[in-house]
Design a protein around this ligand. Sequence first.
Ligand SMILES: NC(=O)c1ccc[n+]([C@@H]2O[C@H](COP(=O)([O-])OP(=O)(O)OC[C@H]3O[C@@H](n4cnc5c(N)ncnc54)[C@H](OP(=O)(O)O)[C@@H]3O)[C@@H](O)[C@H]2O)c1
Length: 223
Amino acid sequence: MVLTHRGGSDEADRVVAAIQDAGGDALALRLDLAEVESFPAFVTALRQQIDMRWNATTIDVLVNNAGIGLFGRLEDATVADFDTLIGTNLRGTFFLIQALVPLIGQGGRIINVSTSLTRHVSPATSLYAASKTAVEALTRSLAVELGPRGIRINSIAPGPTATDFNGGAMRDDPELRSTLAAHTALGRVGQPDEIADAITALASVGMRWVTAERIEVSGGSLL
Ligand SMILES: NC(=O)c1ccc[n+]([C@@H]2O[C@H](COP(=O)([O-])OP(=O)(O)OC[C@H]3O[C@@H](n4cnc5c(N)ncnc54)[C@H](OP(=O)(O)O)[C@@H]3O)[C@@H](O)[C@H]2O)c1
């Protein structure tokens, strides 16, 4: 497994060590989704690393998980906010797929992480929801383009999940957590491993006939 980080590699090194402790094998490479011009060098480094490490020339699964949320009302949004959000969530995702598709062989899978906010509406989420709705749209369109190469592409749409996202609010703010929990059928916010498990399931052979789909993993949020 290759994971990416965009800054200090300490945390990435800890994840690599945890994967290795669990019996897997992983390496970490630096990648900033906002720096599209760096993608060719990233692809070169990736090719070298997977060759050296695993004698591999292709990758099986690409998970586009990195993303940011910038939340606010219409009148408070700036052009810089717009460019940062769209530049990361949509432009970065699109051009990373473009850069990596040549390495993805027959039977490959691409999973884009979206949000439940593309289905239901919360105040002050317009730009973020738009960026992820665009990711879902490109997922469907690319399914048609990539299908003939035997690549399937889907999106996973998490509901509120207890991560560092939005300053860790869904994990650390008890009031927000209980409000969001009351909106879900299962009565709580999600945990990161519940999203990871859904991504793993979607990449599995049992889902080999599934492409162009959006699968929500939200515990039944705002039904
Ligand atoms: N948590 C939720 O409630 C929730 C709900 C729906 C959807 N999602 C989506 O789930 C995905 C994962 O988010 P999360 O909840 O795990 O939040 P997170 O803990 O904030 O993780 C987001 C990750 O994206 C990385 N990232 C941000 N901008 C980047 C860039 N320009 N280049 C490379 N990496 C970048 C961050 O890197 P740094 O560590 O360097 O900042 C971080 O590792 C996101 O796409 C998010 O939109 C989350």
